[in-house]
Design a protein around this ligand. Structure first.
Ligand code: CP3
Length: 344
C-alpha cells in the first residue's frame, strides 16, 4: 500500500495491511542534518522559507519508513503572529515578551490580519505537498487554545503553569475570551493548512493535562469545539493530543475531535473501549527509544499486538506518547519504524 493511501484509509476507518506510522517531533534536533541546517539558519527562518521547511520535514521520510510528514513549524507561530514576541534562545525553551495578565494585554493582541501573517505556514504545506506529490500523508498542526494561553500568561515554559491556572479562576471571563480568540484563529489557520494540502490536522494540548476534568470541561472543551466544528464541516479530520491527559478521557468525547493521540500513560484498551469509532494514535513512551533499538522493537510489537486484538488494526495510527527527545539515537527511531513495516 502507498503510504498516503494507508494513512488516508486509517483516517477513514477502512481496512489496512498495517497501521500507518508517523512520530511527533520526527523532524528535529535528534537528526544530525536538522542540526546542520540550524547552524546556518534561525528557527523562524527555517519555518518561513518553504524550501528549508520542506527540506527538514523530508529528512525523516528519507531515513525512516514513515507514512506521513508533519509540516515543519511550531505551535508558537500563533502568539508570534498576534504580537506576543516569541523567541527561542540557544539551549532553552521559548520566551514570550508580551505576556497576558490584564484585559489591556488582551486588547493589545493583533488579531486583525493574523491569517495573512500566518500564511507562510500554509505556503510551507503547499510546498511540501508539491514536493511529496501523493506519496505521503501530510499533517498540519496548531497549539490547542489552553496550551497557547499557558505560554501567553507564563511568558515561557514552566512545570506547573500556575499563572494560567490562577487566571482561569481569578479572571475567568478574561481567560475565556483569550481561549475563544485563540480557538478562532486556530480554526482559520488549520483550515488554510488543509486547503494547502494537509490530509488531517493535529492539535497539541501539551499542558492540558495540568487541569482537572472539571476545569478542562469548563474552559478547554468549548474552545476546542470552536475548532473541531468548522473543520468537521469541511471534512478535515482533527486529532487531539493531550499530554498527561489520561484522567481527561471522559471529557474528551465532547471535544468533537475525529481522533485522539494518546499520551504514553493512557491504557490503549481503555481508550479503545471508550472511543470505539475514533481514530486512536500513539502511544509508546518516547523515553524508551533511549533504551535502544531492541527495546524500541519490543514496544512496537507489543503495541501492534494490542492494536490487532482490540481494533483489527482499524482506526489506529502508530506514534509515540509525546515527541521524540532530542538525545535519542536515530538508529533506535529507525528500528521503531522498521518494526512497524514488518507487520504488514
Ligand atoms: O517534526 C516535528 O514535529 C516538527 C514540527 C514541530 C516543532 N514543534 C518544531 C520545533 C512541532 C509539531 C512542534 C510542536 C510544539 N512546539 C509543541 C507541542 C508538542 C510537544 O512537544 O509537546 C510545543 C509545546 C512547542 C513549543 C516549543 N517549540 C518548545 C518548548 C521548543 C523548545 C524546546 C523543544 O522542545 O524543542 C520549541 C522549539 C522547536 N520547535 C524546535 C523544533 C524542532 C527546536 C528548536 C531548535 O532547533 O532549536
Amino acid at each position: 500500500m502507498n503510504p498516503r493511501a494507508r494513512f488516508l484509509a486509517a483516517l477513514r476507518g477502512e481496512a489496512v495491511d498495517r497501521p500507518p506510522v508517523w512520530l511527533m517531533r520526527q523532524a528535529g534536533r535528534y537528526l544530525p542534518q536538522y542540526r546542520e541546517v540550524r547552524r546556518q539558519h534561525g528557527f523562524w527562518e527555517v519555518c518561513r522559507q518553504p524550501e528549508l521547511s520542506t527540506l527538514v520535514a523530508r529528512e525523516p521520510l528519507e531515513r525512516l519508513s514513515l507514512d506521513a510528514a508533519i509540516v515543519f513549524s511550531d505551535i508558537l507561530t500563533v502568539p508570534e503572529a498576534m504580537g506576543l514576541g516569541v523567541t527561542f534562545g540557544p539551549g532553552e525553551g521559548p520566551r514570550l515578551v508580551n505576556t497576558l495578565s490584564t484585559a489591556a494585554d488582551l486588547s493589545a493582541w493583533t488579531v486583525d490580519g493574523v491569517a495573512q501573517r500566518l500564511s507562510f505556514v500554509s505556503e510551507a504545506v503547499r510546498h511540501l505537498r508539491t514536493t511529496l506529490e501523493d506519496r505521503y500523508g501530510i499533517l498540519g498542526f496548531a497549539g490547542a487554545p489552553f496550551t497557547l494561553f499557558a505560554y501567553a500568561t507564563e511568558g515561557g515554559g514552566s512545570d506547573d503553569f500556575a499563572k494560567a491556572r490562577i487566571m482561569l479562576h481569578q479572571q475567568p471571563w478574561l481567560a475565556q475570551k483569550a481561549l475563544g480568540i485563540l480557538a478562532d484563529v486556530a480554526a482559520e489557520y488549520l483550515a488554510a493548512q488543509a486547503d494547502a494540502g494537509a490530509d488531517c490536522v493535529q492539535l497539541f494540548d501539551t499542558w492540558g493535562g495540568l487541569l482537572d476534568a472539571e476545569d478542562y470541561a469548563r474552559f478547554c472543551v468549548p474552545a476546542l469545539r470552536r475548532i473541531t466544528q468548522p473543520l468537521a464541516a469541511r471534512g478535515v479530520p482533527v486529532l487531539l493530543f493531550v499530554r498527561g491527559g489520561a484522567h481527561l478521557l471522559p471529557v474528551l468525547a465532547d471535544t468533537g475531535a475525529h481522533g485522539f493521540s494518546l499520551d504514553w500513560r493512557v491504557d490503549w484498551r481503555e481508550a479503545r473501549a471508550r472511543f470505539p469509532r475514533s481514530i486512536l494514535q500513539g502511544n509508546v513512551d518516547p523515553i524508551l527509544l533511549m533504551a535502544g533499538a531492541d527495546v524500541a522493537r519490543d514496544r512496537v510489537r507489543h503495541l501492534l499486538a494490542t492494536m490487532l486484538e482490540t481494533s483489527q488494526y482499524r482506526r489506529c495510527i502508530v506514534n509515540l506518547g509525546h515527541g521524540i527527545h532530542k538525545d535519542t539515537d536515530p538508529d533506535a527511531v529507525h528500528a521503531f519504524c522498521d518494526e512497524v513495516t514488518r507487520h504488514g
